[in-house]
Design a protein around this ligand. Structure first.
Ligand SMILES: Cc1cc2nc3c(=O)[nH]c(=O)nc-3n(C[C@H](O)[C@H](O)[C@H](O)COP(=O)(O)O)c2cc1C
Length: 191
């Protein structure tokens, strides 16, 4: 029962990853197994709309052979996905969008492999665009039948330079709250 965090920032050790680490740390403290996947440095191509996932129906993406291809079984085996991304021009990064497009399309073409898993976004920006990006990720979770916990605030934080996010006390507290709610929900669903 793994809670897998996926970081969509190309900046290793940046604000999104710092928030994700914080969330995963709390989840681990509360007794669940955790893992982290960085999209940074990986070749994550966009969906080709080849529709082979719907013909093969083996839970894999056959349109691309890249660094995402081998991750599908682990992602579909997870109890929860925490998706962390910075805001790029008011939306999630290109890496994160390519990731969710392919993961979601294969899931939906194979009977709903993400159905009833827990999904939660973590979004950071220097100044604006967090809410739209939270909505973007929540649309992904919801159309895939996933269950999305809330927190004391929308799961957003502020930070521009690497590490700035550590100064956003409310953002950090919100991530903590989200992590605890993810853990609570995963335990409830899998009891
Ligand atoms: C290409 C690009 C686009 C960005 N667009 C936005 C934006 O629309 N709104 C904003 O507030 N910050 C924007 N930023 C700033 C990042 O969201 C911010 O630096 C964030 O902390 C980066 O997170 P990371 O350290 O996880 O990579 C942008 C940065 C880059 C490189």
């Amino acid at each position: 029962m793994e809670v897998v965090g996926v970081c969509g920032s190309p900046r290793v050790g940046g604000n999104s990853e710092q928030l994700l680490d914080r969330a995963l740390g709390l989840v681990a403290e509360e007794g669940l197994a955790t893992g982290k996947i960085l999209l940074a440095g990986k070749r994550i191509e966009p969906c080709t709309a080849c529709l082979k996932c719907r013909k093969e129906r083996d839970g894999l993406c056959h349109g691309r052979e890249d660094d995402l291809t081998p991750l599908f079984p682990r992602l579909y085996g997870a109890a929860a996905l925490l998706l962390a991304t910075p805001v790029y021009f008011g939306a999630a990064t290109g890496e994160m969008v390519a990731f969710i497009d392919r993961l979601g399309y294969v899931s939906r073409g194979n009977g709903g492999l993400l159905n009833r898993k827990v999904g939660a976004p973590i979004v950071v920006a220097r100044r604006a665009g967090q809410n739209f990006t939270v909505a973007q990720l929540n649309y992904f979770f919801l159309i895939n039948g996933m269950v999305v916990p809330g927190a004391r605030y929308w799961p957003v934080a502020f930070g521009g330079a690497k590490g700035d996010v550590q100064n956003d006390e409310e953002g950090l507290a919100t991530v903590d709250d989200l992590a605890r709610n993810v853990t609570w929900l995963v335990k409830l669903i899998n009891a």
